[in-house]
Design a protein around this ligand. Structure first.
Ligand code: ARG
Length: 568
């Protein structure tokens, strides 16, 4: 599609030799007030180079570019060139483009195929996959989809927390109080129970902590029994995680988690030593980051075992060598801000200029109306339970409302899961928020169900139009230049740029907001105008706009990781 701003910049640059097209593009404004046009170009900056008063410059430019199909009018007002886009040209251009591109509409190629890693979700094995994980999982998935739509080659990685001292605890607990049957039946809840029990017992008997440390050391050294138990816990946990990923439609290219780097650690530690970055502190080896205003990063414990950040150092190096990433994006809670600052700094001190391409995308806390969670005390809300409850409640609402659908189960799943996802992505990611059922399942607010319902409404109009909706080419755009139709076309037109903005800012809520805007613009059009009119030509043009709206909403929802039901 023509990029209007670029097109205008090109026209103006032919008149102004002193500025580049890019500079001109940057100067073009979109006035708040429609009376000042769709685009405006201020001429103040040109006065010096052209040695002419700005209004005169504006007049010259206006006169020179006026005679062009894309404009309905071009006016000089003081130092401004105010440009009015021809509505007919515009809606025709937009609607034809969306119809031609279909599922591809909204994609761009700003990424030019550059390799990018998006790491997200990354839960800890044998720990509950709870409501707190929804953020990394859902925000990360959307960022992955956005970057893919921007034309980057994305590798999706789940950096499982499948290593560390907690496995010593888990193994010890299992040996003392465990039972194979229970683990098989309900792995994570059972393992969590052991973990909780371990902490209770260790408070009374501190020798358990020593036992756990020794056990983890054995695991690191490749002890057979320990490794087998660990592998078993990992397999069972992963099965549960994957059930949730399935519900959310999330896929990964790699599950290389912390344990994957265990054999790559000695080399990193050696490298840190060689580069004189390690210092001893109370028997442990650390990197002193005080000169950079950061707390020291512990690399090796006094017993020689490695730490979380040691594994992340090995991981970053491995990823650079394996994927040669343009950006390595980590979608991880803001509680780990310090960790990622340390990681970046150490990589920089090691001399890796690509340390600047390590991007930590933080997000705030999610809490429950009933209070905070605590893994240690077993007070958790499982993500799978949240999704299932959303599906159950949606099924009830669908039945109550007597919604016409051929497959209640499928629709309840699309809408229930979608409601949770949309709600998660409605919030600016850095803000803490409280999870509220009332908000999630509101069919009338600015929610997932509302947008999906709008989509289903588009689908229903097209079904009712029957054969009339089959071939919409050559529609007459003059029927869809009324205020509501034109506003809708503008919202649809903006989608590609919004996707790029949301991606570059790592902020899916920008897209969520825009999808609501598109849905609202569509509903206004639906209420203001009679779509299935008797006039054949008018009906055709309006149906074409419905197809465009439907396509744009669907493509937007897909980048949030949501489905769009045809009936609801
Ligand atoms: N497993 C960690 C947690 O649950 C998150 C991992 C983040 N990624 C990383 N490369 N450190 O807190």
């Amino acid at each position: 599609m023509i990029n209007l701003k670029e097109e205008i910049a090109k026209l103006i640059s032919e008149q102004v030799a002193d500025l580049t097209e890019e500079e001109i593009k940057g100067m073009i404004e979109t006035p708040q007030d429609q009376k000042m046009g769709d685009y405006a170009f201020p001429c103040f900056r040109l006065a010096k180079v052209l040695r002419k008063a700005p209004p005169l410059i504006a007049k010259d430019i206006a006169d020179a570019i006026r005679d062009n199909d894309i404009f309905s009018d071009v006016q000089q007002v003081n130092a401004y060139v105010n440009m009015f886009i021809s509505k007919e040209e515009f809606v025709e251009e937009v609607v034809e483009e969306v119809m031609a591109k279909g599922d591809e509409y909204g994609r761009s190629n700003v990424g030019e195929g550059k390799p990018v890693i998006v790491e997200f979700s990354s839960p800890n094995i044998a720990k509950p996959f709870h409501i707190g994980h929804i953020r990394s999982t859902v925000i990360g998935n959307s960022i992955n989809l956005l970057w893919d739509a921007m034309g980057y080659k994305v590798t999706r990685i789940n950096h499982l927390g499948d290593y560390g001292t907690q496995f010593g605890k888990m193994i010890v607990a299992y040996r003392h109080w465990g039972n194979e049957e229970d683990v098989r039946r309900e792995p994570i809840k059972t393992l969590l129970h052991y973990y909780t029990k371990f902490h209770e017992e260790a408070e009374k008997d501190p020798s358990l902590d020593d036992e756990a440390r020794e056990t983890f050391a054995k695991l690191e050294q490749g002890g057979k029994e320990e490794t087998e138990l660990w592998q078993w816990f990992r397999d069972e946990s992963l099965k549960e995680f994957k059930r949730v990923y399935n519900m959310l439609g999330i896929e990964y290219d790699s599950y290389a988690g912390e344990s994957f780097y265990s054999d790559k650690m000695p080399a990193v530690v050696q490298e840190l030593k060689d580069k004189n970055l390690l210092v001893e502190s109370n028997g442990a080896e650390i990197v002193d980051l005080e000169p950079y205003g950061l707390t020291p990063a512990p690399i090796l414990k006094s017993d020689g075992s490695t730490l979380y950040i040691t594994r992340d150092l090995a991981c970053a190096k491995y990823r650079k060598a394996t994927y040669d990433f343009y950006k390595n994006i980590y979608v991880v809670a803001s509680q780990q801000n310090l960790h990622f600052q340390q990681l970046k700094k150490i990589l920089e001190l090691m001399g890796y200029e690509w340390s600047k391409d390590i991007i930590h995308v933080p997000f705030g806390l999610v809490s429950l109306e009933e209070g905070t969670m605590s893994t240690r005390h077993g007070r958790v809300v499982f993500l799978e339970d949240v999704l299932n409850r959303a599906i159950d409640e949606t099924r009830e609402i669908i039945k109550e409302k007597g919604v016409a659908t051929d497959n209640i189960e499928e629709t309840a799943k699309q809408v229930g899961v979608g409601a949770v996802v949309f709600n998660e992505l409605s919030n600016n990611r850095i803000k803490d928020y409280v999870f509220s059922w009332k908000q999630v399942l509101d069919f009338n607010g600015e929610t997932g169900p509302y947008v999906q319902y709008t989509y289903a409404r588009c689908a229903s109009i097209l079904r009712n139009a029957g054969d009339d909706a089959k071939d919409l080419s050559g529609f007459d755009p003059s029927y869809i230049t009324g205020e509501a139709a034109y506003t809708l076309a503008k919202e649809i037109y903006a989608l590609t740029d919004v996707i790029i903005e949301a991606g570059e800012k790592y902020e899916p809520s920008i897209l969520t907001r825009h999808i609501v805007d598109m849905a609202q613009a569509f509903n206004k059009f639906y209420h203001d105008e009679h779509i299935l009119t008797d006039d054949k030509e008018e009906r055709k043009a309006k149906l074409a706009l419905v197809v465009a709206a439907k396509t744009a909403i669907k493509n937007g929802l897909r980048l949030l990781g949501m489905e769009a039901p045809e009936r609801m």
